[in-house]
Design a protein around this ligand. Sequence first.
Ligand code: LLP
Length: 384
Amino acid sequence: IAHGRVARPTPWWVGKRAALLERARAGTPRYVYDLATVRERARALRGDPVDRPFYAIKANAHPAILRALVEEGFGLECVSQGELEHAFASVPGLAPERVLFTPSFAPRREFEAAFARGAHVNVDAIEALQRWPELFRGRSIGLRLDLGHGDGHHEKVVTGGAEAKFGLPLSRFDAFVAEARRLGARIAALHAHLGSGIEDPRHWREVYATLAALAEGLDSVETIDVGGGLPIPYTPDAEPFDLAAWRAGLAEVKAAYPRYRLAIEPGRYLVAEAGVLLASATQVVEKDGVRRVGLDAGMNALMRPALYDAWHAIHNLSRPDDEGAVAFDVVGPICESSDVLGRARLLPAATAEGDTMLIADAGAYGMTMANTYNLRALPAEDVL
Ligand code: LLP
């Protein structure tokens, strides 16, 4: 596996080829997760200056992953009643204080369910307080803010700024505070999550400093949540995220505002590299000079390439000693022209029907976004 300038650790799956081929024989498409990698990422993130780490379960909701992360000290961040119920059902004895509910345009009944469960609820619209005053009266809540800008690996995952539907704009902060006061609702947390796959580690420092300065104007804030959004290096030439700079930036703000607990809620960083998607080659076809290998997994199993032009490394696990030599477009079985997992990928020339193919770094937003389009079955899932 050739890498660019940066020396990268060898992915976990390189040493597990035999085990993966055996799993693939049980049926493909199939996601396989390595819990040791999840735990390692969790240990790299938690700890000073982070007081309350949460995991955004939308990235990967496999029960074994949720249990491992709770064991590693993480709470769970949920965005729907379905996620809330899944979290409590998957993790026996999960304490409600370790659950965060940050929905977007959720119906009233989902807020009711979250309060009934005892989860921390984040609100991001003044209209919610106005429309459902009895729901929020006397409650402790978090306020999700839009700081007026956002960032991310693709425009479709930017969650701050005027184009985005998320968060209360700063221009309405005072009005929200007044409305909350009127209801006797206590703003116990300030929150911002401005996008996903943000490369610049200074982003979180700035968000933290902005939220902490705002918190100074209130007397109720205990927690500042700077969101998730940490990237992983998908392409061979991408730099790994500078975790030391991220931590140092947060520590600087923490030193200036020591009275607030710092919360984070990453998803991708914890699980993306821990998962691979195994698929079987169905057909190899040449058309107008383009060679294509078809897989039994396409945009139904892994939407990221079709939706965001996301790049995932693809390997032929059945021919490990055969150096990639011929360019293939790797496509799925779905009746859409966007059903391409990778273009012009160098794969062994002998790639053929029945080969087991591995799509790397598929542990985040893979299975959770899979669908049954064309009435194809959902992928299977295994944990190693
Ligand atoms: N907190 C909130 C409120 C969020 O909306 C999200 C993700 C996260 C935390 C976790 O973000 P992360 O650390 O994973 O970047 N499907 C897209 C990513 C969408 C992210 C949505 N929100 C993808 O596959 O790239």
